[in-house]
Design a binder for this molecule. Structure first.
Ligand SMILES: Cc1ncc(COP(=O)(O)O)c(C=O)c1O
Length: 482
């Protein structure tokens, strides 16, 4: 015997204003009550007359909803009888859960590329809310959202009026070629510049285009895990190269690699600046067409103590250097824009790879960025952030030296958005980081950025994204943890 459920109307809430009609709302709410098992199999719903009166709607509204759900198999409705639920929602959920668990346990056979990415220990996972002093971030709270929104709106309206165009927008390519030439001494024509959704996308494209299984790739040690992961996934044999005061060292004893990845403006993570002499040595040792160099200038806009050293790309006369940049640090990471300045000989190949992988940025966002830069908003924002981040770097250094000078030795970077504080007395960093994260200070262990066996122990601390009061509070918390 079907059981009458007098509470159905209490489970339904219909909105009289807003876009969705009453029939659609009622149908979807009843469907969801049945699918989740709140209205179990065999339950009799109130008659259409009763439910219409309980909900204060017309009887037709309820009849249409019942008819739709009967057509979908959720209800059995016959004339003069109350409709009865035909589906066991709880049982279906249980079955779906069991099926998903079974599928998860089956472990599909992955390609070598995907299997290597699973083991990469990257991207780093920070759980929950953003907390001080998470590294790798600029201060998105300071971003001029209103100005950016106006550029976006204008470009979206213009986009609606024009023909579909090339994936790498000419206006942004030209704007970037000019900006990079004047600010970073990058020498490239506009058609060498590819606009991508991120710097990581550029690394993925380079790896897919140039790396064959077994190729040797040098990366900095400690270094940026995203780069090692991208090249390793393509089958590269990765060698971590130690740093000295001038940055990555040249290893004449090792066979010349296929590719060298470096962050010469501010080495990731130490922030060290590669000297001009070292840049020249690397170029001299890289035979054109044999060894490629990837110069990742992820936060090169932020220099505080001296004029920046010219980009390696601009010093190269033989088209050996890829120059990679991103707007993730200088603007906001969720804008999803980066770029790649490619050696002229590889532009066509990379553009085909770009089309096949779909690593294409939305054209109205590219146009908005071109306007944002051309109208001077980008440089104005950079000037303001440079002043702000400079003060924040100094503040973090002072606070660390004052409260934690006994246990930490701070390396002051000449620019960038983060710094390394090494642990004194041979302390291991992983346990310290665990304690700090639990106390609300998000830092990353230097040893987790090692390529081989970790030799350096310390903390990677972001300063750019955090106000001086937040930095002070975080350092006090750190002091209480040591
Ligand atoms: C050295 C380095 N390169 C590249 C990136 C990635 O930039 P994007 O967000 O554009 O992929 C990061 C981000 O943290 C980085 O630290």
């Amino acid at each position: 015997m079907p059981v009458f459920d007098p509470m159905v109307s209490g489970l339904i809430e219909l909105k009289r204003t807003g876009g969705e009609g009453l029939v659609a709302q009622l149908t979807s709410q009843l469907r969801s009550l049945i699918a989740t098992g709140r209205l179990g199999k065999g339950r009799a719903l109130p008659s259409s007359r009763q439910l219409a009166s309980d909900l204060g709607v017309s009887r037709n509204t309820v009849t249409y909803a019942f008819e739709q759900l009967a057509a979908e198999g959720y209800l059995a409705a016959s004339h003069g009888r109350r409709p009865v639920v035909m589906i066991d929602g709880r049982e279906r959920i249980k079955q779906a859960g069991a099926a998903a668990a079974g599928e998860r346990a089956r472990k599909p056979r992955l390609s070598p590329w995907a299997a290597k990415l699973q083991r990469a220990d990257w991207p780093m996972s920070y759980r929950g809310q953003l907390k001080p002093l998470r590294p790798g971030l600029g201060d998105f709270r300071e971003f001029p959202n209103e100005v950016w929104a106006r550029c976006l709106r204008r470009s979206a309206v213009r986009a609606g009026r024009r023909e579909l165009g090339p994936v790498n927008r000419l206006r942004l390519r030209e704007t970037l070629a000019h900006y990079l030439a004047t600010s970073r001494d990058v020498r490239a024509t506009a058609d060498q510049i590819m606009i991508l959704p991120s710097a990581q996308a550029a690394l993925t494209l380079i790896a897919a285009t140039l790396i064959s299984p077994g190729d040797n790739v040098w990366v900095e040690d400690p270094g940026y895990p995203g780069a090692a992961a991208a090249f390793r996934a393509s089958g590269a044999r990765i060698t971590g190269i130690r740093l000295d005061e001038q940055g990555m060292q040249l290893m004449p004893g090792l066979a010349a690699p296929k590719l060298i990845f470096m962050t010469p403006s501010h080495q990731h993570p130490t922030g060290r600046l590669m000297s001009l002499a070292r840049r020249t040595e690397f170029l001299a040792a890289s035979r054109p067409g044999k060894t490629w160099i990837v110069e990742d200038d992820y936060d090169g806009e932020f220099h505080y103590d001296s004029r920046p050293v010219p980009a390696l790309q601009g010093l190269d006369a033989h088209g050996r250097v890829f120059y990679v940049g991103t707007f993730s640090k200088a603007m906001r990471s969720d804008i999803r824009l980066g770029y790649l300045v490619a050696p002229a000989a590889l532009v066509g190949t990379l553009e085909i790879a770009q089309q096949h992988t779909g690593l294409i940025a939305a054209s109205h966002i590219q146009e908005a960025l071109a306007e944002f830069i051309a109208d001077g908003h980008f440089l104005a924002h950079l000037r303001r952030m440079r002043r702000l981040y400079h003060a924040r770097r100094d503040h973090l250094v002072e606070e660390l030296q004052r409260h934690l000078g006994e246990v930490l030795s701070v390396e002051v970077p000449p620019g960038g958005i983060q710094l390394v504080a090494r642990l004194k007395r041979g302390r291991a960093d992983q346990a310290v980081v665990k304690r700090l994260v639990a106390a609300g200070v998000e830092t990353r262990a230097l040893s987790s950025l090692a390529v081989g066996r970790p030799r350096d122990h310390g903390l990677l601390l972001g300063f750019a994204a955090w106000r001086e009061s937040e930095i002070s509070a975080a350092v006090r918390t750190m002091a209480s943890c040591f």
